[in-house]
Design a protein around this ligand. Sequence first.
Ligand SMILES: Cc1ncc(C[n+]2csc(CCOP(=O)(O)OP(=O)(O)O)c2C)c(N)n1
Ligand SMILES: [Mg+2]
Length: 273
Amino acid sequence: MNLEAKAIDIRKDIIDLIYKAGCGHIGGDLSVTDILVDLYYKQMNVSPENINDPDRDRFVLSKGHSVEALYCVLADKGFFDKKELFDTYSGYLSKYIGHPNNKINGVEMNTGSLGHGLGVAVGMALAGKMDNRSYRVYAVLGDGEMAEGSNWEAITAGAHYNLDNLTAFVDRNRLQISGTTEEVMTADSQENRWAAFGWNVLSIPGNDITAIDSAVSLAKGTAGKPTVIIANTTKGCGVSFIENKAAWHHKVPNEAEYQQAMKELSERRAQYE
Ligand SMILES: Cc1ncc(C[n+]2csc(CCOP(=O)(O)OP(=O)(O)O)c2C)c(N)n1
Ligand SMILES: [Mg+2]
């Protein structure tokens, strides 16, 4: 499977889902898509067939507002019915609410209130060590989310317990809800900060699936400490007029914008035919 082509298909699904539902966090979805594609289509040992296997890999989307990206990947992988997702997303009484809901197959943790995913991921990784399980744990955090102090307690614990079965990503798109991270709350030097807490640090172009894949493989081969992958991404990646604009954090495309976004993505997708 060509993962670059798959990432374009997922981006088209995300935009369809948000346009149809009239809500969603488009910027952060398009930022994190390539990480999700590499994890779910190549690196992680998790599928609809093994969701109750104690040795399945665990994934926590700590930046839970990017749920549309996660749901489009899980639906495409067959964890649940894609039509049901698209027909009911964010609707009255739908279980597909606007943040990850662990009543849904494939979702390990409810998230959305930022700053809680990594602490639970540390607990999952520690439990895996204590139970001699082979699974690995992955968590994705936003760079704005790094302002939450609870993350730094979790980072301390992850290093303290030598959790080399844990890999965190920081989606370093330099924007958060209302402006740049540097304007709202400095997030600079993520690499130095995590290294100072004792983590193995990798810094990569975060929308490059080959680079993501190599970094995840390196993390798997790193013993004695957890790894963080600082993924230098573009918020809104893949749609020219959405890229790098704080206003597109949770703006919904109008019809003309929707058509333009789909046209851009379809043209890029055609190169893989
Ligand atoms: C505890 C908490 N405070 C505030 C919010 C509101 N909120 C939702 S997304 C967001 C910005 C997150 O920015 P970032 O982590 O950089 O995510 P990304 O850029 O990847 O979308 C905020 C402040 C929240 N979900 N949880
Ligand atoms: Mg951000």
